[in-house]
Design a protein around this ligand. Structure first.
Ligand SMILES: Cc1ncc(C[n+]2csc(CCOP(=O)(O)OP(=O)(O)O)c2C)c(N)n1
Ligand SMILES: [Mg+2]
Length: 1028
């Protein structure tokens, strides 16, 4: 719906020739609409009839008109006498009185103003003068704040981009609105001094009111809607005002216009080509928002000009193939061959649909002639899930190339309007944008705002006026732009890139557009949006509109335009012919993050073995000493912490480690070996359970901290430990992205309690579990998930092992071939590793193994709570020395092992319950009859070691004991695998909590009763007699 703004026409100063034509006319104010953009009929508003200015007659009016234009741009560009004349005329001088004799020319500059005011009739009293100036200041501010509400943003002209059809009362849409400010029509010609918070004057410091309004309209109410006045930083606001208010800012050279047209041609014809060749295939085309391609290219060109060498991008389905082809410059034949359903898959794994694949490409930027690397991160269908992943990867690339301010590496995120508004991860990602350990120093966000999400209207899809309002929380400026005006689009993109380069903060470009087809090309949009689509059918394609404009301007000829089209069509046809030669599909050609040097040239691991993960006694002692000291002078730590460090020192002297020390040894040794370690999550610095203390705080000096882990050795790699924002989805996604960048880093995310990881379920399900299968890309991220039934209620007990185990890709029913390299090979074949270590020594080993393996797999670790301090749960240096390694299964090494044939029961378990079982066994005096084996690596399943243990205790029945409920925990995973191991020769009995809906009781007493009950079962040798 078009809003009626009748007054603007009246306010627009007339050219002299227009003035000449409208002498004496008094017409009603009207607005005419041509197509989508409104043009206001020129209406006389001069109050100085030309007839009374005799020199304005005949051909001289052309000359005057030219001068008038020049004067509007720069009053100093005309002779002083004309300056005075135009001022007087604009200020409403009575007929014949605008001309002043040149006498005053000799007068000092500034004299014109008093003369001027004397011309505007009676000298207003000072109070009125001040009031009027204040009113004008408010008016200017109103446009700056609310001008975007009346900007013509919707190319269809049917919806309001801000979901609101009312016009703010303080925007001058008709002359009576002036009353809001205590002004009236007679003030329109008065000249007002401009405040320093506006740039509409250019080099002018004062303008007539009607000119002020016209310029504000030009800056804020045309095809660009600038939302920025919520930013609490004057410098930033001034910067934006200057970019949009300065007269004549939005001018392009013919060369720029031709480049823009060529880009529009590529964008448009690419979709048309796909449509022509594969009309029945989904491609989520860009039709209706073709200016996305020049918009991205402009952001990249401008950023390259500002020194950016590497751009990491994330985007959804819409226009993705087009971006791959025309922005990242993926070979067209590689894209086209994706449409061939007969192509065989060359890689292992599931692969993914064509509009999810990633890409990495290094090339010369044609505009800047500089090298630029572009990477588009592969993503799942789950909208916006890739946002934090892109940010994490960007941060990592910045980190590894020492780009501390984001000057060389940057991210661009694309969004759909419905997803941007609807998905919480957008908000969570924004909240990472300014945190020291998570900032990427500004992201340019581009929203393909086609004003629809699948079949849902924005009015049903969001409660905020714009889909972009979420960006306001971080004070990001938002540039809404009518995507049918390509020049406006590239102008805001230039400004967005400059903003990012200047302030290193996020910025949003909202491309208000439409979707010419249905959600995909086979979809019928008229079922649900009949009126919108009637309008869309009438809509002239933007390329056509822009080409006609440039042809009319004489920037290109029709022939040149048509030649450019045929040139690109030919490129497509030739690539199409070449695509027929492709016989197989290589997903690895679509890798977004190559790891040069890590694999062989064929992309295979360099070996299928893992060296010992042990450490020398000297290293263990040294790292232990760092962990128990304060390595800087004059640093006062808390008394309680002194005791903890003292305790650590004692343990080191006794050659033992607790959990925190085991972790210290792992991280410290990797750092010493040049491996970057990054631990991120909620309160990880101290550790939720106050056991870690990786950051020491001076008790006397505010914000003075010390990270002993960074004092291990002079040439060590840096250690990053960072408390995160309270977002699992965002932060886990971020760390996953960080881990994508390099294989030579240990990247860990710790959940506060394992229970909370499920708010990041999408990252786990869509990226971590199947990432390699879908995108042939490995990732060594580590998830630390505190887990254990300790009477802390249903939300502080379970990291849901059952879910991680259910998603493991190994076959429960097939006994694998036990080869010499079995342990490593099964790690290579798995989709992720799931462990539950019962002691810090083994935890130390599994952390180190993660890096010493010749490939990368995600590692899920269920970490303990009470074991952090349990004296029995300590490890000796002996278990960590050179030659030692991670134990996938810890066999019973006690009394039972001395006469294994006398053992009646072999209990398999994992994690903390081991200590409850050993205690109970001791209390019952059953050490010789019951053996307890700890399964430390649950997946991939240690078939070989389970087999050996079962064969050792050949007369024992087999029990799986867990503290979790039967339908949870590990039972469903281990049972069939143990059965396969023993060729189903015995049953595998269950001792544990009964099936339940909740992971744990909230009642302490019930908790203890349940524990007692399952321990009784575990040691009742007759318990399963009836079931045999
Ligand atoms: C998290 C999530 N929920 C639902 C979907 C299904 N879906 C696919 S596209 C789409 C509409 C997206 O609308 P918008 O973000 O405006 O992008 P557009 O398709 O209009 O470009 C939906 C709901 C999805 N892919 N991801
Ligand atoms: Mg949409």
């Amino acid at each position: 719906m078009h809003r009626l703004r009748t007054c603007a026409a009246r306010l627009r100063p007339l050219t002299a020739s227009q003035a000449a034509q409208t002498v004496g006319q008094q017409r009603p104010l009207t607005v005419a609409s041509t197509g989508n953009t409104r043009t206001f009929q020129p209406i006389r508003c001069y109050s100085t009839p030309v007839a009374s200015e005799p020199f304005l007659n005949g051909t001289s009016s052309n000359y005057v008109e030219e001068m008038y234009f020049a004067w509007l741009e720069d009053p100093k560009s005309v002779h002083k006498s004309w300056d005075v004349f135009f001022r007087n005329a604009n200020a409403g001088a009575p007929p014949g009185a605008a001309y002043q004799s040149p006498l005053s020319l000799s007068a000092a500059p500034g004299l014109a103003a008093p003369q001027l005011s004397s011309l505007v009739g009676a000298q207003p009293n000072v109070e009125k003068l001040v009031e009027d100036h204040l009113a004008v200041q408010s008016l200017i501010r109103a446009y700056q704040i609310r001008g975007h509400h009346v900007a013509q943003l919707d190319p269809l002209g049917i919806l309001d981009a801000d979901l609101d059809s009312c016009v703010p009362t303080d925007i001058i849409t008709s002359s009576d609105k002036l009353g809001f400010y205590g002004l009236n029509e007679s003030d329109l010609d008065k000249v007002f001094r401009l405040p320093t918070t506006t740039f509409i004057g250019g080099s002018e410091t004062a303008l007539p009111l009607k000119e002020i309004i016209r310029r504000l309209e030009m800056a804020y109410c045309q095809h660009i809607g600038v939302e920025f006045m919520f930013i609490n930083d004057l410098e930033q606001c001034q910067w934006i005002r200057q970019k949009f208010e300065t007269p004549g800012v939005m001018q392009f050279t013919p060369e720029e216009k031709r480049t823009l047209l060529a880009r529009m041609i590529r964008s448009t014809r690419f979709e048309e080509f796909l449509q022509k060749k594969w009309s029945a295939e989904k491609r989520f085309g860009l039709e209706g928002c073709e200016s996305l391609i020049p918009s991205l290219k402009t952001i990249i060109d401008k950023s390259s000009e500002n020194g950016v060498e590497y751009v990491i991008m994330g985007m959804p389905h819409r226009g993705r193939l087009n971006v791959l082809a025309n922005v990242i410059r993926k070979e067209l034949e590689q894209i086209f061959c994706q449409f061939d359903s007969k192509l065989e898959a060359a890689d292992e794994g599931s692969g993914d649909v064509k509009y999810h694949l990633g890409m990495y490409h290094r090339r010369i930027n044609r505009v800047t002639d500089r090298n630029i690397t572009l990477s588009l991160v592969a993503n799942p269908s789950h909208l916006e899930a890739v946002d934090p992943v892109v940010q994490g990867k960007t941060k990592a690339e910045q980190f590894y190339c020492g780009d501390n301010d984001g000057k060389r590496v940057m991210s661009i995120l694309l969004h759909g309007d419905a997803a941007f508004a609807g998905q919480g991860i957008v908000y969570e990602t924004f909240h990472l944008s300014d945190l020291p350990s998570y900032t990427t120093h500004g992201t340019v966000h581009v929203v393909v705002n086609n004003q629809i999400g699948f079949t849902t209207d924005p009015r049903m899809a969001r409660s905020s006026p714009y889909p972009t309002d979420v960006a306001r929380v971080v004070n990001a400026p938002i540039f809404h732009v009518n995507a049918d005006d390509p020049e406006a689009v590239i102008y805001v993109c230039k400004v967005a890139a400059e903003w990012r380069a200047t302030f290193h903060k996020d910025v949003v470009v909202d491309l208000v557009s439409y979707r010419r087809m249905g959600h995909n090309e086979m979809d019928e949009p008229m079922f649900t949006q009949p009126l919108m689509y009637k309008q869309i059918k009438k809509q002239k394609p933007v390329l056509q509109k822009y080409a006609e404009k440039l042809i009319a301007e004489g920037v290109v000829s029709r022939q040149e335009y048509e030649e450019e089209i045929s040139k690109y069509d030919k490129i497509c046809e030739e690539a199409y012919a070449r695509s027929k030669d492709e016989k197989i599909l290589h997903i690895k050609h679509w890798l977004d993050s190559p790891w040069p040097g890590f694999f062989t040239l064929e992309g295979q691991p360099k070996s299928m073995s893992c060296p010992s993960t042990g450490l020398s006694e000297e290293d263990l002692t040294h790292i232990g000493q760092v962990a128990s000291s304060v390595p800087v002078e004059d640093f006062t730590i808390h008394g309680g912490l002194s005791r903890i460090l003292k305790g650590r020192g004692e343990m080191i002297r006794n050659r033992t480690v607790d959990w925190a020390l085991g972790e210290y040894m792992a991280f410290g040794s990797l750092l010493k070996e040049g491996i970057h370690v990054r631990l991120s999550g909620q309160d990880v610095e101290r550790g939720t359970f106050s056991h870690r203390h990786h950051v020491l705080h001076d008790q006397n000096v505010d914000k003075r901290t010390c990270i002993p882990m960074n004092h291990i050795s002079p040439d060590q790699a840096p250690y990053t430990v960072c408390n995160s924002s309270l977002s699992e989805y965002g932060v886990l996604g971020f760390e996953l992205g960080f881990a994508m960048a390099s294989p030579n880093a240990l990247i860990l995310w710790e959940a506060q309690f394992g229970d909370f990881h499920n708010t990041a379920q999408c990252i786990i399900d869509q990226f971590i579990c199947p990432g390699q299968a879908k995108w042939v890309r490995q990732n060594g991220i580590v998830l630390l998930l505190p887990h254990g039934m300790e009477g802390m209620g249903p939300e502080h007990s379970s990291a849901r092992p059952e879910r991680f185990l259910q998603m493991c890709n190994d076959d429960p029913d097939v006994m694998p071939n036990i080869t010499e390299d079995f342990a490593v090979r099964q790690l290579y074949d798995c989709n992720w590793i799931v462990v539950n270590c019962s002691n810090p020594g083994n935890y130390f080993h599994v952390m180190r193994r993660q890096i010493l393996l010749p490939f990368r797999k995600p590692l899920i670790v269920f970490t303990p709570k009470s074991l952090l301090r349990l004296p029995e749960a300590r490890s000796s240096f002996d278990d960590m020395l050179p030659g030692t390694h991670f134990q996938r299964l810890i066999p019973d090494g006690g009394v039972a092992a001395e006469r294994p044939e006398e053992v009646k029961r072999l209990i398999f378990c994992t994690g903390k319950v081991y200590y409850e079982l050993t205690k109970e066994r001791k209390n019952r005096g059953m050490e010789g009859t019951v053996a307890i084996a700890r399964m430390e690596q649950l997946s991939p399943f240690p078939f070989d070691q389970v087999k050996a243990e079962v064969e050792r205790f050949c007369n024992a029945d087999l029990v799986w004991c867990q503290e979790e409920h039967k339908n949870q925990g590990y039972y469903d995973y281990v049972k069939p695998r143990i059965r396969t191991t023993i060729n189903r020769s015995k049953g595998v009995w269950y001792a544990g909590r009964e099936s339940a809906a909740a992971p744990a009781t909230g009642n302490k007493n019930t908790h203890l009763m349940e524990l007692r009950r399952f321990l009784d079962t575990a040691f009742d040798l007759d318990a399963f007699k009836d079931q045999q």
